[in-house]
Design a protein. Sequence first.
Length: 212
Amino acid sequence: MLTFYFSPGACSMCPHIALEEAGAKFEAKPISLAKGQHKAPEFLKINPNGQVPTLVVDGKPLTENLAILLWIAEQYPQAKLLPSDPWERIQAISYLARLTSDVHKSFGPLFRPQAFVSDEKAREDFVKNVRGIVADRMAGLDARLAGKDYALGQFSAVDCYLYVFFAWASYLGFDTAKWPNYAKHFERMNARPAVQRLQAREKEAQTLLNAA
């Protein structure tokens, strides 16, 4: 029994896509970050960190994108979310670690700059500097995608994570045309049935959360 806690538009899109690609059967439970549902006592009992994504496997919670992706890849090998060759597999995990520890982290201040800088005037410079860092990271990812349909040559868990960052950059008003390789990757991802199922579920979930 799998229960997946997610929030529309959040980084939970990453393992959400992986679950869909794997053909996993799971119960999807949306959480509104805007309404603070991730801090509710009942959710904190499941994930004391108060974060999404959270995948509950037979009553046991698993947190953090990297760990959830690895679990899905191990449990559903037919989906080929990670390479089978040991060296290529560890290189893919290295790629994922870079995404979760550096690229993902760089976006955080843009969604909640007030949590990092309280002074409004100083916050403007802070956001400008952070946007520069994010643009640099995105340019690096764009370069890695040159000449490739997918990050590792064929679809993998890495592409699930890459999808999140381009979606965020678009939402935050970055000039994504500067990253043509990444833009094509995003279009390719949007054409995948698993991503389309994700989008439909997130749209439905957002409607329900807004009405609650």
